[in-house]
Design a protein around this ligand. Structure first.
Ligand code: PLP
Length: 398
């Protein structure tokens, strides 16, 4: 038996869906931070913000405790609240929609483009009302959305655009990094993301006054940060001009983020190579539709999503179970938020047919920067096996 065959046959072989890439650099910075005694928001958060802003070409970056916190605080700081509507795709992680509800506004769920799975500008245009205050553009699984078309709509109607870039660190739009636009950009550092701190988030902006306010709001509305007070040569009496929150990131998380930032280009390059390899091999299967990538988008392959056209949700779930049983971790693709109990009542109509089809027909395959070619081949072999068994080519597109 060859080495490959014997490894394939190992019953305990399991490929995770995602895995952060940590090394001695993260360990050293984390230990140094622990030993410094400064473990809440402090000098490492400040350094992480500066380096993050440079990496994405933003003027300012404000670290917060999660991607959800970044969305919430951005909407809140822009004055979005009760009585306002915010247009958002139904096909997204539920956090995008929860953040809108948490500021007291009403989410208006719209459909997405069949090929890219990103917000459909035509659907956005038809959802606008006099109450629309903002559009939350989600760069789905790291694939940049059609920002130019949606920006035109927003500008023409005096509406604010916020980018849910939770998955899009390292992606570019027309050669410009996600995070460098004039909009507020909201990033996540959850372990399924490209850059990982455990929990964590970042807001990017070109507006210095807004950045300063976001920094106050994340820290109970306090006029002066702990770091400024610590560095001062006298005791600074802090003020509280408005009600704030505790949405701080800790220096422990920031230390990991600083080390991760140094490796970002390598992470993205590795994911793009793996993504291209998946695309090439899966496009050859008649049962599979690989996701389209518009010419303006340079994605980071935060996740690898594919579609099995013509199947129903039950068959897709059987595919997930069969992959899992063969040692390949998988998940359904993006969720359609309006189908979840929390939002079923709230959706006030309008067809979300594309989102529903994608909710039923998409799935994720393992994707992380350290995924070896051998493990990727194992995934592809198991996937072909499962497809041949459960989704025979003849019936696939009926
Ligand atoms: C599209 C999208 N928005 C928001 C979030 C929320 O990020 P976090 O988990 O850091 O709060 C996620 C995270 O999974 C996401 O995928």
């Amino acid at each position: 038996m060859s080495a490959k065959l014997s490894r394939d046959a190992r019953p305990d072989r399991r490929i995770p869906l995602a895995r952060p890439s940590f090394g001695p650099e993260e360990e050293a910075l984390l230990l140094e931070t622990l030993r410094s005694g400064w473990v809440t928001q402090g000098p490492r958060v400040e350094a992480f913000e500066e380096r993050f802003a440079r990496a994405v070409g933003a003027e300012h970056a404000v670290a917060v405790s999660s991607g959800t916190a970044a969305l919430f605080l951005s909407l809140h700081a822009l004055g979005v609240g009760e009585g306002d509507e915010v247009v958002v795709p139904s096909l997204t992680f539920i956090a995008s929609v929860n953040a809108i509800v948490h500021v007291g506004a009403t989410p208006v769920l719209v459909d997405v483009d069949d090929d890219s799975h990103n917000l459909d500008p035509v659907a956005v245009a038809s959802a606008l009302t006099p109450r629309t205050r903002a559009i939350l553009v989600v760069h789905q699984l790291g694939l940049p959305a059609d920002l130019d078309a949606i920006q035109k709509l927003a500008d023409a109607n005096g509406i604010t655009l916020v980018e849910d870039s939770a998955c899009a660190m390292g992606s570019s739009h027309g050669g410009r990094p996600v995070g460098s636009s004039t909009n507020l950009g909201c990033f996540s550092f959850h372990p399924r993301k490209v850059l990982v701190t455990g929990e964590g988030g970042m807001i990017t902006t070109r507006d210095g006054a807004l950045a300063a306010r976001l920094r106050r709001l994340r820290h109970q509305g306090m006029s002066t940060s702990d770091l400024e007070r610590h560095r001062a040569d006298r005791v600074i009496r802090e003020r509280y001009a408005e009600v704030g929150y505790n949405l701080r990131l800790s220096d422990l998380h920031a230390a990991v983020g600083i080390a991760q930032l140094e490796k970002l280009d390598g992470f993205v390059a590795a994911r793009r190579a793996l993504g291209a390899r998946y695309d090439a091999q899966l496009a050859a299967l008649p049962q599979v539709a690989v996701r389209g990538c518009p010419p303006y988008a340079q994605p980071n392959y935060q996740s690898y999503v594919l579609r099995l056209p013509g199947i129903d949700g039950e068959t897709r779930d059987r595919v997930l179970d069969a992959l899992h049983a063969r040692g390949v971790a998988t998940r359904r693709g993006l969720m359609a938020v309006h189908r979840e109990e929390a939002y079923r009542e709230a959706h006030r109509g309008g067809s979300l047919a594309v989102s529903e089809q994608l909710d039923d027909q998409t799935l994720l395959l393992p994707m992380y920067s350290d995924l070896s070619r051998d493990d990727q081949d194992f995934v592809l072999d198991r996937f072909r096996e499962v497809l041949n068994q459960l989704v025979p080519p003849d019936g696939a597109r009926s």
